[in-house]
Design a protein around this ligand. Sequence first.
Ligand SMILES: [Zn+2]
Length: 197
Amino acid sequence: MPESDIDQLAKHLSKLPGLGPRSARRAVLHLLTEGRAMLQPMVQELQRLDESITTCEICRNIDTSSPCHICTDEKRDPSLLCVVEDIADLWALERNRLFQGRYHVLGGTLSAIDGRGPEQLGITQLVNRAKDEAITEVIIGTNATVEGQTTAHYIADRLHDANVKVTKLAHGIPVGGELDYLDEGTLGAALLSRQSV
Ligand SMILES: [Zn+2]
């Protein structure tokens, strides 16, 4: 039996992260029935984004202009730079309005197997920014994984001569967490990054 256009659309949608075949079919059904009013604006927005989306030449974020709206925002603190693995991490920090500085998006971690070296992560670009811009502190916000931490060490090493303070996000007890429920790695990291009170 040939696939209908509706099946095709559901198939495309099911490839998106977080959507399996079943939820993709439900989304399609919604869009074609009671959510019909959303369809046209959504198509137009997707088309517009498809035509204008670009990578920021400064921080490697994606936006409809380069430099992006964060790099050009004069209200941002020019002395702070946060290094993140992915654009989703930048969005997480932005969503919570936790950080007022600017960013560098690595686009992954160092990985010989996947062919990602310092050049692919834009690390020379990052070091040059740390030297040339008014940056006084670089916060390394890579993930608390082995790869994330190896990459953090490498970046800290490369920033050694840039005359900036290099910090990284603390690892440890989550807010509201109970010691008895923490895994050994988290508890160990919390002990190592203990602070004076
Ligand atoms: Zn930017």
